[in-house]
Design a binder for this molecule. Structure first.
Ligand code: IVH
Length: 669
């Protein structure tokens, strides 16, 4: 074959393969068998290998994943990626239309109503029909270059036929509910940390540095907006969706065009009633003005367009039955009652247990074993029981009473007069040991992968490990005979433990599980004191000199380092070769908001201020309490205080709650 013919065949194969990808992944209707597809693919791979001069970055063979990156590059969005204002009821939506009519006049408005996807928003830039890059939203102005990862997602076209010179497509990468459940099942079997919901799983799969991992995750992309296009004048948003569909993107399913806000509300309710029938998590619907002329007239605020609004569905609630109430013992000895439920799928994951917090909460709910209850997810993550359906009682329900002895070790439990919790008084209680080990290896502490609950259970029950330091003395022979263990996994675990010896001191300090010492406090401590031995002689007042450390924390630290057995444990870690000195460059916490100072003002809609601050700290950021020019972002909630005015005067970057959530979404995995 001459070169020209080969080039033609390569181009033909690329088109064919992308067409069959489209049939399979977007339309769900393949035309050829897997074998036929594989044959075409193989032919292309071979030709590209033989004739490297015809290689292309947008060939379907490039969807395979590339070597891991060290870090993501930053991409400045050519047009900021905005978020949406939220509406929670009809009134909010009616007001939305009133605002629009005040600007464009009292005429009938057409809307498009679409599902609101709960994933990771992405911007894709195509130049001359070829995907140039794909970026996350980041802070709206700048995002991360995740092109290599996105290329592994088959519903993202690598090329566009008959393209405009430039087009920027926006949409959401999501994971379907069943794929999320499957992924978590596998992670559980491998003792890997679980994702809280499909959104985090999707975000974690895109925002990690190894595109081979992204490729293994089943992800989908839905396009819902064109932020920039050259050479085409769209008149309506519905035309945009049609165009995107023609260009082989997946678009919001069942979207419709309606007249007036009343009909738009009806369609929102329509989606709400069917949210469980969709394969993906839907946390609301989006109403967009259809006429694009109005988009120009209406414009946008600093963070959201005035021509669109998100209607948030109320937290999903489901009925189920309490099969049992058990009591768990945590690493501090705290006893937590937990309701065991008939499994129900709720806001993105299967729920089979709900915390009952403490004895007072059980009394407040008046809950009994075999009760019918309504469950929902608090802050969209932790399942809780909202009400007990007492009218459904049959008389067979069983009362629950709090145990007087620890259900794990049998020792006495106490409830201090000023506490709501019962505690097991035995520090050698296996449940406490297990809890301390799981905390020590957790992602934010020593981050030792493949050590999960089932392994720790075995290690402690068989008395192979009695404290956290014993982990560093584990040998191959200790592991190999355990359940669900193979040679490969045993070696991997030993290697992970070995690697963890070099973690920064702040992680060790946090991992020790000292009462009141969270990740953030551990970092404050190691900014001042660089060697664990420095702590041995500190008095509570020394700790309190550090800004952010109050008397309670100071006392707890003081008591911890006064205790002989704790010093012995630290010595045991040291003898195993665990790093106990802080190195300068390791002070800052890893995370998407590493080193960023953020201040909050006003009340947040989806979480408590305390939760937001905790999330921020966990993402490597710092909570600021007073406005100054050193602040990176000001998160503004409802009814902001005077901080907002000051922030505006100082020209600080102002973001809303959604922007903030988007920024912290990054999850390892
Ligand atoms: S339109 C200029 N449509 O929700 C506004 N956004 O909570 C472009 N989202 O940041 C956004 N589904 O990431 C639009 N059908 C949909 C959406 C959607 C989900 C996301 C988007 C946005 C966030 C706001």
């Amino acid at each position: 074959m001459d070169k020209e013919k080969i080039k033609k065949r390569i181009e033909e194969l690329r088109k064919l393969i992308e067409y069959h990808n489209y049939r399979y992944y977007v339309l769900d209707s393949p035309e050829i068998s897997d074998e036929e597809y594989d044959k075409l693919f193989k032919e292309l791979v071979e030709l590209e290998e033989k004739y490297p001069e015809f290689k292309s970055d947008v060939s379907p063979t490039r969807r395979v994943g590339a070597p891991p990156l060290k870090e993501f590059k930053t991409i400045k969005h050519t047009i900021p990626m905005l978020s949406l204002d939220n509406a929670f009821n009809d009134e909010d939506l009616i007001n939305f239309e009133k605002r629009i009519k005040r600007i464009v006049g009292d005429i009938e408005i057409n809307y498009v109503v679409e599902p609101k996807f709960d994933g990771l928003s992405i911007s894709l830039l195509y130049r001359n029909g070829e995907l140039e890059y794909g970026a996350t939203r980041g802070n709206g102005v700048e995002g991360e270059d995740v092109t290599l990862n996105l290329k592994t997602i088959k519903t993202i076209p690598l090329t566009i036929e008959n393209p405009p010179p430039l087009i920027e497509v926006r949409g959401e990468v999501i994971m379907f509910k069943k794929d999320f459940e499957e992924l978590n099942k596998i992670r559980e079997e491998n003792d890997e940390p679980l994702f809280a919901n499909p959104r985090n799983a999707a975000a974690g799969s895109v925002r990690q540095l190894d595109s081979k991992i992204t490729k293994e995750r089943k992800l989908h992309f839905f396009a819902y907006y064109i932020s920039r296009v050259e050479g085409i004048e769209f008149k309506k948003h519905s035309d945009v969706l049609k165009y995107l569909e023609e260009k082989r993107f997946k678009v919001p399913p069942d979207y419709s065009i309606v007249n007036g806000i009343k009909k738009a509300i009806e369609k929102c309710i329509w989606y709400q009633n069917r949210r469980n029938e969709y394969p993906f998590d839907m946390d609301g619907s989006v109403i967009k003005v259809n006429d694009l002329n109005y988009h120009k007239i209406l414009g946008e605020t600093t963070h959201a367009p005035r021509w669109a609004i998100a209607y948030k569905f109320p937290a999903e609630e489901k009925e189920t039955i309490v099969r049992d109430i058990i009591v768990q013992v945590g690493r501090t000895g705290k006893l937590t009652p937990v309701a065991i439920l008939d499994p129900v799928f709720l806001s993105g994951s299967t729920v089979s247990r709900a915390t009952l917090h403490n004895e007072d909460e059980i009394k407040r709910l008046g809950i009994k074993i075999f009760d019918h209850v309504i469950v929902r997810k608090a802050g969209s993550v932790i399942p809780e029981i909202v009400t007990v359906l007492k009218e459904k009682r049959t008389g067979n329900e069983k009362d629950f009473s709090f145990p007087e002895n620890c259900p794990v070790c049998g020792e006495e439990v106490i409830r201090l007069s000023d506490e709501v919790d019962y505690r097991c008084t035995n520090a050698s209680c296996p449940a406490q040991i297990k809890g301390r080990i799981l905390h020590f290896v957790s992602r934010d502490a020593m981050d030792i992968e493949n050590i999960g609950e089932s392994l720790v259970d075995q290690l402690v029950d068989k008395k192979i490990v009695k404290d956290i330091a014993d982990l560093f003395y584990l040998e191959f022979k200790d592991l190999i005979n355990l359940e669900r263990m193979g040679e490969k996994l045993a070696n991997k675990i030993l290697k992970n433990i070995q690697n963890a010896k070099d973690r920064p001191l702040s992680r060790v300090l946090y991992g020790l599980g000292i009462f009141h010492v969270g990740k953030h406090i551990a970092q404050l401590l190691t900014k001042r004191y660089k060697d664990i031995e420095d702590f041995y002689s500190l008095k509570p007042e020394d700790y309190m000199e550090i800004e952010g450390i109050g008397p309670e924390i100071a006392q707890s630290l003081y008591l911890f380092f006064k205790e002989d057995k704790n010093i012995k444990l630290i010595e045991k870690l040291k003898n195993a070769g665990v790093n106990l000195k802080e190195k300068e460059e390791e002070l800052e916490k890893e995370g998407p908001l590493k080193g960023k100072k953020i201040i909050f003002t006003g009340s947040l809609e989806t979480m408590l201020r305390k939760e937001a601050e905790e999330l921020l700290k966990n993402s490597g950021g710092e909570v600021a309490s007073t406005i100054s020019k050193n602040i990176d972002y000001v998160v503004v909630g409802k009814d902001p205080g005077s901080k907002l005015d000051k922030a505006k005067k100082l020209n600080l970057k102002i973001i809303n709650e959604d922007d903030f959530i988007e920024m912290i979404k990054g999850e390892k995995g």
